[in-house]
Ligand binder design. Structure first.
Ligand code: NAI
Length: 286
């Protein structure tokens, strides 16, 4: 039975994952390298819970009880009694391997190590641990408190018990699990990211304006959000990492990242989280 969860990485995904776990009654330890990131994560959880209280979805007492189940840390030394780790650090294989190697030596033997990776190979991450049968992909969607889907990805050595435990937990969190094999991008991003990349090529080639591309997909295809808005919400750095994983993993030029996407990331235009992407989110300049 999973009772205590360590969430590593308190960015937009980690904070959301910590929130839904705490709301489902789990004890949660939210970790990040930087104290300011932890505080930012807690701040965004507080904001979302307050909004839920205002809308009558939860009571003030439920908000407080959720927050009481949340503790934070900037080191992994407090992780000795967790049953599950959900890692949500930056989408870079070397960083994830370092985190998993370290966690493997700290968390209890029975603990499951899950990664929220959008595209990286679970089997490769699992291989740096001594418990590859207890390593699994648990891919939440953004924003986590709102989106129902969790893609569960088995690495080559993931055991049936591990899969079952994560499938059960997903349901406990009020989410809907789907199962995917360990292929680059799994299912959701293998389909989504080439569409976003193509939309960026359309900007790059001057086919249409950013607004008109988004409107085409919203009103023409009934998508709730245009691909460029969605890219800004996901983070353009994350979009680029995923395209690079698809490109390298399938060795197929159809997945080459658009040069404009690379340039935006080089400029630090990472989308909503940095204040600027295809749209401008900087409140000071409007
Ligand atoms: P983010 O950039 O908002 O947050 C990443 C956080 O990890 C930062 O706060 C950073 O300080 C922290 N971090 C980096 N190295 C660390 C370490 N060694 N130990 C502890 N904390 C560390 O990124 P975001 O968007 O939350 O993405 C995180 C993961 O979730 C990535 O693997 C991404 O592919 C995946 N993901 C992202 C989605 C999105 O829409 N942004 C959707 C689904 C999955």
């Amino acid at each position: 039975m999973i009772k205590k969860v360590l969430v590593v990485g308190a960015g937009q995904m980690g904070a959301g994952i910590a929130q839904v776990c705490a709301q489902a009654g789990l004890e949660v330890l939210l970790n990040d390298q930087k104290e300011e990131a932890v505080q930012k994560g807690l701040g965004s959880i507080d904001k979302l819970l307050s909004r839920s209280v205002e809308k009558g979805r939860i009571t003030e007492e439920e908000k407080k009880a959720t927050q009481n189940r949340l503790t934070t840390s900037t080191g992994l030394q407090d992780a000795g009694d967790c049953d599950l780790v959900i890692e949500a650090v930056v989408e870079k294989m070397e960083v994830k391997k370092t985190v998993f190697r370290e966690l493997d030596g700290i968390v209890p033997q029975h603990a499951i190590l899950a990664t929220n990776t959008s595209s990286l190979a679970i089997t490769e991450i699992a291989a740096v641990t001594k418990r590859p049968d207890q390593v699994i992909g648990m891919h939440f969607m953004n924003p986590v408190p709102v989106m129902k889907l969790v893609e569960i990805i088995r690495g080559l050595q993931t055991s049936d018990e591990t899969f079952q435990a994560i499938e059960d937990l997903t349901q406990r969190l009020g989410k809907v699990p789907v199962s995917a094999k360990d292929f680059p991008g799994f299912v959701s991003n293998r389909i989504l990211m080439p569409m976003i990349n193509e939309a960026i090529f359309a900007v790059y080639e001057g086919v249409a304006t950013v607004e008109d591309i988004d409107t085409s997909m919203k009103l023409g295809m009934n998508h709730p959000m245009g691909p460029l808005t969605l890219a800004d919400f996901i983070g353009l750095d994350t979009c680029l990492y995923i395209m690079e994983v698809l490109h390298e993993g399938f060795a197929d030029s159809k997945y080459r990242p658009c040069p404009l996407l690379k340039q935006y990331v080089q400029a630090g235009w990472l989308g909503k989280k940095s204040g600027r992407g295809f749209y401008n989110y900087d409140e000071t300049t409007g």
